[in-house]
Design a protein around this ligand. Structure first.
Ligand code: NAP
Ligand code: GDD
Length: 354
């Protein structure tokens, strides 16, 4: 139990990811002390949290990072005992669906067994310390897979990738640990959510980034896979609020978080290129390398439960989201162009592999 006047303490796995960075900002703004788990990498992987990083030597720092990995139970246990969190947000995952077909075992080890490791560590920590901990588990609309739209909490799961199967396992670990040990575990079933911080190999960011570079003459084609899939795309900043709301509710539950509006990948492409006054057909080429062995055709969420019980609703519309991402990537492309024109040898960030 936290002493009166002390800030609440949150532990976030996956803090270097898109959602982790928005959630950390959100919690810091609410006055939380935020602890994040980061993986050791040979290059910096903290770009998305650079702007909120605080020097741990400063008084009242309020933001701390710990090396850890969902594949390393001992380390997780140590972090829990050191941090003594009130809330844990499990966002860490190998989150790319296509990659999960290439690295199925690794994906299962991180997404399914990794979640189990964390729950087991938490179970023991709660038992030994006597502390209450509220836990958020990052589930996914991919769990619905081939179940027809609209999907809500009662829709059967029909996963279509190793990633989705692993998320279903993690979801059921959550339900089981809730029932078996009385742990407060909320499963969020979040539909796709994007932002200017979205990883560059997810389709939305791949499109806004490439289209911006095409507009400025920095590249002349964009290779994509299946344009016919429909997704319910929202803004990541809105979705992290829903995660927090789930843990403020008196009872743990499972909630679909979605906008209730679906668009095809082709519609996303068309809107982006139209905003840039370009004809997408002149630049977009289909490369079967980006097809998935089994695809999820149509995701459209019904988030009535979250809207009623959590008073959550999305604020950013589809078009606002696209414009936000495009403005960001246009600015990046402009900076790249300026440097090139000044004679600097500039490579685009990363390789377009995904
Ligand atoms: P993301 O940008 O890919 O971030 C994933 C995070 O997990 C990164 O911080 C990554 O660290 C970390 N990570 C990966 N493997 C790990 C491991 N073995 N141990 C510890 N950390 C590890 O994903 P996101 O979009 O923020 O999504 C957050 C969570 O929500 C994920 O669980 C994802 O599956 C789920 N989800 C996302 C969406 C969506 O549309 N964004 C929808 C539904 C559910 P590095 O930075 O070092 O790689
Ligand atoms: N990545 C990618 N790259 N996807 C493409 C491409 C391409 O070049 N071309 C077409 N697509 C299609 C995919 O086949 C899929 O139907 C759709 O675009 C969206 O793909 P992603 O952006 O990779 O996202 P996702 O829907 O597979 O998975 C994301 O959302 C899930 C929630 O539904 C990820 O964030 C998952 O972690 C998350 O759980």
């Amino acid at each position: 139990m936290r002493m009166a006047g002390k800030p609440k303490r949150a532990l976030v796995t996956g803090i270097t990811g898109q959602d982790g960075s928005y959630l950390a900002e959100f919690l810091l703004n609410k006055g939380y002390e935020v602890h994040g788990v980061i993986r050791r990498a040979s290059t910096f992987n903290t770009e998305r949290i650079q702007h909120i990083y605080r020097d741990p030597h400063d008084d009242n720092c309020g933001f701390f990072l710990h090396y850890g990995d969902l594949n390393d139970a001992t380390g997780l246990r140590r972090i829990l005992h050191r941090v003594k969190p009130d809330e844990v947000y499990n966002l860490a995952a190998q989150s790319h669906v296509k990659v999960s077909f290439e690295q199925a075992e690794y994906t299962a080890d991180t997404v399914a067994t990794g979640t189990l490791r964390l729950f087991e560590s938490l179970r023991d920590y709660i038992d030994v310390s006597g502390c209450q901990v509220k836990i958020y588990q990052a589930g996914s609309s991919e769990m619905f897979g081939a179940s027809p739209p609209p999907q809500n909490e009662d829709t059967p799961f029909y996963p279509r990738s190793p990633y989705a199967v692993s998320k279903v396992a993690a979801y059921w670990y959550g339900v089981n640990y809730r029932e078996a040990y009385g742990m407060f575990i909320a499963n969020g079933i979040l539909f796709n959510h994007e932002s200017p911080r979205r990883g560059e190999t997810f389709v939305t960011r791949k499109i806004t980034r490439a289209a911006s570079r095409i507009k400025l003459g920095l590249q002349n084609e964009l290779f994509l896979g299946n344009l016919a899939a429909f997704r319910d795309w929202g803004f990541a900043g809105d979705y992290v609020e829903a995660m927090w709301l789930m843990l403020q509710h008196e009872k743990p539950g499972d909630y679909v978080i979605a906008t209730g509006e679906a668009h095809s990948v082709q519609e996303f492409v068309e809107l982006v290129f139209n905003l840039l006054e370009l004809n997408w057909r002149d630049y977009v080429k289909i490369d079967p390398r980006y097809f998935r062995p089994s695809e999820v055709d149509y995701l459209l969420g019904d988030s009535t439960r979250a809207r009623n019980l959590l008073q959550w609703k999305p604020r950013v519309s589809f078009e606002q989201l696209v414009r936000m991402m495009l403005n960001h990537d246009l600015e990046m492309a402009r900076q790249e162009k300026t440097l090139r024109e000044a004679g600097h040898k500039v490579e685009p960030r990363g390789v377009p592999f995904g």
